[in-house]
Design a binder for this molecule. Sequence first.
Ligand code: C2E
Ligand code: MG
Ligand code: MG
Length: 540
Amino acid sequence: MRTLVQRVVVTILSTMFLAAAGALGGYLLGRAFALQQAEARLDHYANRILLESVTSSAESRAVLATMNTSSYDFCSDTEIEYFRQLIFQSQFLKAAGRMRDGRIACSTTSGRSELAQAQNIPTIARQDGTKIYKNIPAFRLDDQNVISVQLGNSFIVYNPYTMASLVMPPMHFTETAIDASTGKGGLLLGELPKVDQKILMQDGKVQIGDTLYATRCATNGATCMTAYISIPDALALTRSYAMVFLALGALSGSLVGVLFPMLYSRNKSVEQQLLRALRADALTVVYQPIVDLSTGQIVETEALVRWTDEYKNAVSPEVFVKIAEERGFVGQITKLVVRHALRDFGATMRARSTFRVNVNIAASDLADSDFLPMVDKALSDAEVSPRNLGIEITESYTARQQVARNTILRLRRQGHYVAIDDFGTGYSSLAYLHDLSVDAIKIDKAFTKAIGTDAVTVSILPQILTMAETLKLRVVVEGIETKAQADYFAASNQRIHAQGWLFGRPVPARVFLQLLDEEEARLSKVQEEEMPAGATAVAF
Ligand code: C2E
Ligand code: MG
Ligand code: MG
């Protein structure tokens, strides 16, 4: 048997498990989303630096074209001054000059003193005559990558700080210059990532190993920018997304962990608890008085089952009887109630032939072949007459099946009193009462509640009473809580039985028997007072 502690532990563990699974799911989802965000950011970054590169190379081409058409003497002071003006006006260039025989003839920085050309082999030599050099020693600036471009006998030097200012760690970039004639690429800026060169020379986004790459190429195909970032860095950059998903995942996991077992196992666990309670005879039965409205005397009682679950919650019979019905073991409840009723009231029933205890039975009892033998045996064991044990059957059950009608007939033939419970709520037609052989109808408390209001239900009450009178059916009214409600029915010329808080709540047998004794004593006293001296009072 699972104890409460075990159940709590299982719930906590399963909640923790689902929270962890939810967190993991949330983390994976968040990670995928964060990576997608990082990719988009990287792509945007590649675009930005490409734009910078395209703009700067357009400027360099324009400046080179201007230099090559200079009308000043080659490397004259005036020409150098002219070049200085051009550089001063430029946004991306740092220096410019002339070349002769592979050597620098003059430049805006060194004047006319000739400087050796360090690299005769350009990184890229384009078909249009443009030669791109990297890191000419004469123009070295700190540790920066200095790019020079030569066209004709003019050259310019890019300002390395312009591109350096575009570095946005943890994102990095690399620029690949492409020679359109050969289709070959050469690294211009940045470190060369260890990837297939193709990735650096065509638009696209890709993840290779632990790194994300986004490449954007200029429309003329002359240069491509590849931005890249390591996945841990990308995740760190977009950590907030992953964290939000992680938190949401954990939260939804926990909610599922708490709610799902609660909802899913609620009925199941109630069922298990109920079965255990039945085995342990832990259900109790209380008894509510039913009085004769004209005299106020208790004439019968309704046995109502009660159950307190393992969490000490009193569960309504409307809930647990329904569960027992659905799971097919309501017969066990009926048996328990019959047994308790006969044990509690056996002596009273034997002593008072007109006193009746009514038990509620379910639809499945009517169809259960063990039901009638069970009742017979219980009655004969207790030496109680069938007329002392009434049967209440909810209205909607009765009309449905022939087997129900047959069982009702047999019950009545054996001498049981049979009442249709909750009358007026179930089967809509009153006509079927003709076909059913019953002793009484118990008018549902919804009608009683409506008395004094202008609800339609009240207007039907006279019809029900008239019909019951015509069919010679006893009327029992449920749910009488106020004197006004009692008076309404007392005004009828029929002999009506009444049940409700006004006359007494359901109480344990011991209390009920005391009520009966007190009532008997009161009656005897009244009779004694009314009887002439010497006569003997007759027992109830
Ligand atoms: P029911 O057979 O119609 O029982 C009458 C219900 O009305 C009882 O509720 C009773 O406590 C309540 N009641 C009595 N007087 C008043 C009143 O003045 N005002 C209000 N508001 N309520 C009043 P309870 O005990 O909660 O039972 C609910 C239903 O559960 C019963 O309705 C019956 O359908 C079912 N039930 C109870 N015991 C058993 C049982 O042993 N076997 C089966 N099959 N069903 C049972
Ligand atoms: Mg009832
Ligand atoms: Mg009822």
